[in-house]
Each structure stands twice: as C-alpha cells, then as structure tokens.
Design a protein around this ligand. Structure first.
Ligand SMILES: Cc1ncc(COP(=O)(O)O)c(C=O)c1O
Length: 442
C-alpha cells in the first residue's frame, strides 16, 4: 500500500515543494548608487538596513550591473564583428538576463529551465539558442514548441532525434579542436572531431536537415594562442567542405571560456586583450569582413565574473592548533559549485574589514556531506560566528536551482549600478524597455 502525505496528492506534493515561496529580505530592484560605491560597501548597507540577524543568515550575491556593461563594451571594442550571446549557465539571475537583453545580446541556454527563464524575461525565441548537443527529448520538444529553432549537435543519434521531432530546427555543429589543454572536461565530453564533423555534415544533408552554423570553443585552451588560430582555420575548412557537398553555412560560433577575472590561475594566464587579438587575426584571415558569415560568441563568466561579490555568514568556528576552521551558510552544491572555478581563488575577507590577524584557514560548506569543503587551505583574516565573509569576483558559474543538496536554498542576488553607469547603460541599450527596474537607494 502506498502511503504519502494526506494533504497532497503525489504530484501536487512535488509541485508544492518546488514552488514554496522563498522569503528574502533582499531588495529586488536595482539600486542606483553614488559613483564610486563598491559591491562590498553596498553589501554592508544591505546587511545593516535590511537584515534582522535572527531571520536571515543565508548567503547572497551582490552585483554591479555597470561592471557587466564595461565588460560588454570591452568585448565590442576588441571584437566588434562578434555578436554577444550570453551564456545563462554562468549566472541566471533575472536582472543579469534583462541587462544583456537590453544591450541586444542573444542567449544560449543549456536546458528547458534556462530557456523558460529567458523567455519569461521577455526575450524573443529567435534570440535564444539551445547549446546542449545531447538534449533530453522533452527539452528538444520544449524548444520546438516555443520556437527556439537554433540548437547545437555533435552526434548522429542527435541528428536522428532532431529529424524525427523538430526537422525544421537550425543546427549548429559543435566541432572539437585537437587535444585541448582546457581546464574543464567540456572538450572531452562534447564536440565532434574534424573527420566526424565531415561525416555529420553529409549525414545532415542526406536527412534534409539545415546546418546553419559551426561552433567551436576557440578560446577553451586560452593559454595557447596557436590553438586559437588552428581552431578558426579548421572551422574555415569545415565551411569549405560543407560548401563542396552543397551545404551553405552562414554562422560561426566561437564559443565561450573567456576569462572572468584577471586573476584566473590558468598557467600561464593570458589577458583578454591578447586572446581577442589572436581571434581577430584569425577571423580577418579566414572569415574577413564582408564574407557573409555571421560570427557570434557564447560569453558567460567573462560578463558576470567580476560583476558580483558573494556574502556568506559564518555558522561555526573551530580553532585548531595550526588553523582556524569555519563553517559557512553556503555549500559546494550551491554558490561554490565546481562549475564556478573562480569562486575560491581569492580568500574571503570579513565584510566589516575590521583589523584582525591572518591565519591558515579551512572553510567548510553548510551541508552534511563530508565532500563539502569550500576552501581547504587559504590565508584569511580572523572573523567570528555570525559575521559575514565577502568573496570578491564571484559572479560566474552559479547554478539555477531552487533547492540544492540537503535542502539548502540556492543562489540569490541583489543589485546596484552607479548613477553614471546607469545613464551609460540606458544610452547603450538597443531595447531600453528590457532594462531591470531600479530604485534610488539600497
Ligand atoms: C555550452 C556553453 N557555452 C558557453 C559557456 C560559458 O562558459 P564560460 O563561462 O566559461 O565562458 C558554457 C558554460 O557553462 C556552456 O556550457
């Protein structure tokens, strides 16, 4: 006999759990702040004015939308021909999406939830592309039913699935360049080799499917400029091959993986401008201006990495012989996910920045998991239980999940923009009506 909560049917029980209203004292409108105000100062103001200690000790992110604007403009200065598609997986907070939408950017979404979120932010489906090459069928049909026609693939089975359920989709073939030294496993998991790409192009043609583009994460091994030019050159060869078999491809997607902070510890780290110059040279050589190919990039933490700081409360402190150990109200299953590679590269500082001694420090996450170690070894200023720690440059790789491991709630944000950046953002916006709502104080 099945026994379950008499208050809810089985179905309703699940739905109800996911739709529990989340209490949050964080202001949701973007605060327009005096020029020079930092996220750290704004976080302190939010904690002092909005938060009653007994009611709220969850972590939250605080973002400066002006930093996103600066990163966008920096991109456009170096690579004016490359259209920006914002990668929602990097940071899915709605004002982030609205800001990018106002600037006229497109969006890449990995799943149904990400597509739904972007559509809910009033973005048109033609501005969205679905970047998962091995889509769950229900996500593929969601894309179809919501007119999201652009999508990536890297294998024959996916082509057959698309032919059956969404034959009018516009396909982008994800090409994997050589053996990359990339710091993630993305290239191992996704992408087709050069020879397999040729097979897939012919197969798609045979199935009467439309290959609209080639995608390639040209900067995934960004410690090596040669790999960037090879990626662009080999993409060109695939365009030429497609043309030979009667398939005219009109879009090149140069992917993501651009550094989110200047301090990323990829060895040796290259500044964005150096990477951009290598890309620009490759594009000028193989896809010159006027060649009729639209060029796009999938930018994630490059846009949001430095725009957000994270504030976490200390729930416990244990002083050992050789170190201080803290437990904080966040976890590797939330803001410190392994997909947020920049998260713990800078040691946190006590938000109030009071003078205190520096000690070897270990920081544990709040969940009951023994794996939940946020920071095994760092040097940090001493702080006490109940105080807040501030983590700089923490805006990339944050997951879009309502409830995480052990039931701890997930990534939440509040937002600022300085007065002059707000004016600049309004002026730079192609669709100003998409901008998030603002107010004049924190
Ligand atoms: C398919 C795809 N493109 C682009 C990105 C953006 O990556 P990054 O933030 O490293 O630029 C991601 C991140 O998850 C992704 O999954």
């Amino acid at each position: 006999m099945e026994v379950y909560n008499t208050k809810f049917s089985k179905q309703a029980d699940t739905d109800n759990f996911l739709s529990l209203p989340l209490y949050s004292p964080l202001p949701q409108q973007v605060a327009i702040v005096p020029d020079g105000t930092t996220c750290k100062e704004a976080a302190l103001a939010v904690i002092t004015r909005n938060i009653r200690k007994e009611d709220w000790d969850e972590s939250f992110a605080i973002g400066d939308l002006g930093v996103m604007l600066k990163q966008y403009k920096r991109w456009k200065k170096e690579l004016p021909r490359v259209e920006v598609f914002y990668s929602v997986s990097a940071n899915a907070l709605p004002p982030v999406i609205n800001t990018m939408a106002a600037l006229g950017c497109g969006f890449n979404c990995a799943s149904k939830n990400e597509m739904a979120l972007v559509l809910k932010c009033r973005v048109k489906p033609e501005k969205i592309f679905c970047v998962h090459t091995c889509k769950m069928l229900s996500h593929l049909t969601y894309a179809r039913d919501n007119d999201v026609t652009m999508m990536t693939f890297d294998n024959e089975e996916e082509l057959l699935k698309i032919q059956k359920y969404f034959p009018s989709a516009r396909l982008i073939l994800l090409f994997k360049v050589g053996e990359s030294q990339a710091e993630t496993n993305y290239e191992t998991k996704f992408g087709a080799s050069f020879e397999y790409c040729k097979f897939l192009i012919k197969k798609a043609r045979q199935l009467e499917l439309d290959i609209s583009g080639i995608s390639c994460h040209v900067a995934s091994d960004r410690s090596n400029l040669k790999s960037i030019s090879t990626a662009i050159e080999e993409s060109r060869m695939l365009f030429d091959f497609a043309c030979e078999v009667g398939c005219s491809i009109k879009l090149l997607d140069i992917g993501g993986g651009f550094p989110g902070t200047e301090k990323e510890n990829t060895a040796p780290a290259l500044p964005f401008e150096t990477i951009a110059a290598a890309i620009s040279d490759g594009l000028d050589k193989h896809f010159p201006d006027g060649c009729g190919v639209r060029i796009i990039a999938e930018l994630g933490r490059y846009i949001t990495g430095t725009a957000f700081g994270l504030v976490t409360n200390i729930t416990a402190k244990k002083v050992a012989e050789d170190r201080v150990v803290y437990h904080i109200a966040d976890t590797i299953y939330n803001s410190f996910s392994p997909d947020c590679p920049d998260a713990v590269k800078l040691a946190p500082v006590p938000l109030k920045s009071e003078e205190s001694d520096i000690h070897p420090t270990t920081i544990y996450g709040v969940s009951c998991s023994g794996w939940d170690i946020v920071c095994k070894e760092t040097l940090a200023k001493e702080a006490n239980v109940g105080e807040w720690l501030y983590w700089k440059d923490h805006g990339g790789g944050a997951a879009l999940v309502r409830f995480g491991f052990n039931g701890y709630s997930m990534y939440k944000g509040c937002y600022i923009i300085t007065k002059s950046d707000w004016e600049e953002l309004q002026a730079a916006s192609t669709y100003p009506s998409m901008l998030p709502n603002t107010r004049d104080f924190i």
